[in-house]
Design a protein around this ligand. Structure first.
Ligand SMILES: NC(=O)c1ccc[n+]([C@@H]2O[C@H](COP(=O)([O-])OP(=O)(O)OC[C@H]3O[C@@H](n4cnc5c(N)ncnc54)[C@H](O)[C@@H]3O)[C@@H](O)[C@H]2O)c1
Length: 387
């Protein structure tokens, strides 16, 4: 299979590119290196130093015996996107090329507008380019579980749901409720993909993934420093498990926001790679929505797990709740249906309680580097006041 991974320089895109290439697929990575710059903008950096793209590709060949190609470019540039798809002739296009931080989108009006413009424009460009070059291409788009919000009803893995209004029945798209400009941009992506396939009929295979937060440092292909994927831990770019592990390494208290009873569905980096590979190797006919989560935990449970892992490694770890800068329900239902991935045999192989220990071990040699960015870890981006 030939695959273009838009956003392949990122946390998920790089290991996915390595995984696909190691399974014999031909992979072209396209990225404008936005995340590298935007993380610096908020006074932080990846925990692991990142080689420049050419060097990364060279290291992948040398250290993991995996061959990928890299093209710098912006998914917002329509002519460029169409040229890439026309020339490479992919069977599948993966779209990770989005601004992916909810706090970043809440910094101020400019960051909010950038997020929505970057994400939605990229999606529209890809819809047009695929439909023009070859509508049979499988378009695998990464959304987020955050598109659903935290409803009181079960979150079905279904594009539509039946409603009854004033005695009349009909189908609507499954309800969505974003919690930041970032999440709303993803909701809009989903509407556009569904409509492009179901009503416009210009696409024929779409996988729209609602993924939970991913944690971890390792995959089967990432065994040495030169091929590591980026790892963010600051308040803007770091997801909760990754951030807690760095706090533990730096001897800082772990900081659940508010009551810490927010529950989410998580998955390890390795399990995310297995799931994405299974979805790409088994393309759908039509539109497929996938809830990609494995373990549901509250933020407090995660803090306890990281604390225990740190203590097992001889560290002293405290937990200190801080004021929640976000606008979100701190106590809520979380009942998520997940049938597609098990039906493809993509069952999880990692458990958070084991992985957090490996993560702390992998991060410890970088303690000095991490301590340079200590000031970027505690929350500063308030959902109502910005930064
Ligand atoms: N990491 C998670 O826990 C998680 C959870 C749910 C969903 N997602 C989604 O998965 C996707 C990948 O996430 P990630 O964690 O790897 O993020 P990331 O920021 O590490 O990777 C995204 C990549 O896209 C690139 N990019 C952004 N805008 C671009 C543009 N206009 N043109 C070309 N490249 C562009 C960035 O430079 C970056 O390398 C995102 O869509 C994100 O919203 C991630």
């Amino acid at each position: 299979m030939k695959v273009i991974v838009f956003g392949g320089d990122g946390y998920l895109g790089w290991p996915l590119s390595l995984r696909l290439a190691s399974r014999g697929h031909e992979v072209l990575i396209v990225d404008n290196l936005f995340t590298r710059r935007a993380v610096t903008e908020v006074g932080s950096d990846s925990a692991f130093p990142l080689p420049l793209p050419d060097k990364r590709v060279e290291n992948a060949k040398k250290e993991s015996d995996v061959e990928v190609s890299f093209q710098t470019g912006d998914v917002r540039d329509y002519e460029f996107v169409e040229d890439m798809i026309r020339e490479f002739k992919p069977d599948a296009v993966v779209d990770f090329a989005e601004q992916r931080s909810a706090p970043y989108s809440m910094i101020d009006v400019y960051h909010a507008v950038h997020t929505v413009e970057n994400n939605v424009r990229g999606t529209i460009n890809l819809i047009y380019a695929i439909s023009k070059v070859n509508p049979d291409i499988h378009f695998l788009k990464m959304g987020t579980m955050g598109e659903y919000g935290t409803p009181s009803y079960p979150i079905l893995e279904s594009p539509e749901v039946e409603v009854e209004i004033k005695g009349k029945k009909g189908e609507v798209m499954f309800p969505k409720k974003g919690g930041s400009y970032y999440h709303w941009s993803k909701v809009f992506d989903t509407y556009l993909l569904y409509w492009s396939l179901k009503d416009l009929n210009v696409l024929s295979r779409v996988t729209d993934i609602m993924q939970g937060p991913v944690y971890g440092t390792r995959t089967e292909e990432i065994k040495s420093e030169g091929v590591r994927t980026r790892f963010d831990f600051d308040e803007v770019w770091g997801t909760v498990v990754n951030r807690f592990c760095v706090e533990a390494v730096l001897g800082m208290p772990l900081t659940p926001y508010g009551k810490g009873e927010q529950r989410r569905g998580f998955l390890s980096l390795e399990d995310s790679m297995r799931a994405l590979t299974a979805l790409l190797e088994n393309p759908p006919e039509g539109y497929r929505v996938v809830n990609q989560i494995h373990e549901v935990y509250s933020v407090n449970q995660i803090a306890e797990m990281v604390k225990k892992a740190g203590e097992d490694l001889g560290m002293s770890v405290e937990i200190e709740h801080v004021k929640n800068p976000r606008v979100e329900a701190e106590q809520h239902e979380y009942d998520v249906e997940s049938k597609v991935l098990p039906s493809l045999g993509a069952t999880p192989v990692k458990k958070m309680q084991d992985e957090v220990k490996f993560m702390i071990e992998d991060l410890l040699p970088y303690k000095d580097r991490l301590s340079r960015y200590k000031g970027a870890i505690l929350p500063r981006t308030d959902w109502r006041k910005g930064r």
